[in-house]
Unconditional design. Structure first.
Length: 316
């Protein structure tokens, strides 16, 4: 167990060489990989969202691809097509989805049909091209990004589809000290290779760690705590209930259950404690609590509600 923890933290350290001031995002991505889940990242342009996945893929010894979502992007541009040439005849050309780490850049710029093709591949972990089904490589991790400041030319992701992402992570601005460090090592004047990110893990090792994550012990008291947290988001007696249209789904309970195990593994423990659940709660619940217009009018965010939730529900 300690060996896994050591290797994961070494990978975390390698990614942090190039990604300054985003330790929560790096840890969240690592948890998602261990859980065999996917991540939605929200942040303004220019805060290294794409770079985060590139560095993560490098440290984990995995193949990476990037899909820039645009309004004219077709599902086949992601999954692949069958083509014909006189010399070779019919052949399948696989799309960029066939990689270990895929970044879906600005996923909300593509129309719903294209979004659903991507989300289906994430869920089923295979792709059908011309009636033949192809499995996606293992491990398979998608990090989708969305730009919160754009309103024209974007298609809002439906809540039911957002729910399929294990985590929603927020990438904010760095503080002044971190930004000074970014100036000295920014990728515009340095090549990616200059950072010498070491390959700490491999696809086979990641799969092994994913299996180990599932074996982490979670007591009945922890399970009960997870369910009480999620149920409280649906309760009319909850202090912030007037701001909530829909509480978290049962998928949130499952996500908290597996994510807390991943946090325990990273910390070198064979069991989950309440702190692990609290550490992952914001990332798991942030996109699963649907707020109403009254919340927006009063300036109440989902993170405010989750903070109140963690303080109200007694931990074992």
């Amino acid at each position: 167990m300690n060996n896994y923890s050591k290797e994961i933290k070494e990978a975390e350290k390698e990614v942090s060489k190039i990604l300054v001031g985003q330790s929560n995002v790096v840890r969240g991505m690592l948890r998602a990989v261990l859980c065999n889940g996917h991540v939605l990242i929200e942040g303004v342009p220019g805060i290294a969202k794409t770079l985060a996945v590139k560095a993560m893929a490098e440290a984990m010894g995995c193949k990476m691809s990037r899909v820039q979502f645009t309004v004219d992007l077709l599902p086949t541009d992601i999954t692949g097509v069958t083509t014909y040439s006189p010399k070779k005849g019919f052949e399948v050309v696989k799309g960029p989805i066939f990689a270990n780490f895929v970044i879906a850049d600005e996923i909300n710029r593509a129309p719903p049909k294209t979004q659903s093709a991507m989300l289906e591949a994430m869920q089923e972990r295979n792709v059908t091209i011309s009636k033949k089904t192809y499995p996606l490589p293992k491990p398979f991790f998608v990090m989708a990004t969305e730009n919160p400041i754009e309103v024209s030319g974007v298609y809002t992701l439906p809540e039911a589809q957002i729910d399929r992402f294990l985590f929603k992570l927020l990438m904010g601005y760095p503080d002044s000290k971190e930004e000074v460090k970014i100036l000295t090592q920014n990728i515009s004047i340095s090549d990616f290779e200059d950072f010498h990110i070491k390959k700490i893990l491999s696809p086979q090792k990641i799969i092994e760690m994913q299996k180990e994550t599932k074996k982490i012990f979670s007591s009945d008291a922890i399970k009960d705590y997870i369910v009480r947290l999620v149920e409280e988001t649906r309760s009319k007696d909850f202090g912030y209930s007037k701001y909530i249209d829909y509480g978290a789904s049962p998928r949130a309970s499952i996500a908290l259950f597996i994510a807390s195990k991943a946090e325990a593994l990273i910390e070198g423990r064979s069991f989950v404690n309440p702190k692990d659940v609290k550490e992952v709660a914001r990332d798991v619940l942030r996109h699963r609590i649907i707020l109403n217009y009254e919340a927006e009018a009063d300036g109440v965010s989902t993170d405010d509600i989750i903070e109140h939730l963690l303080n109200k529900v007694r931990a074992p």
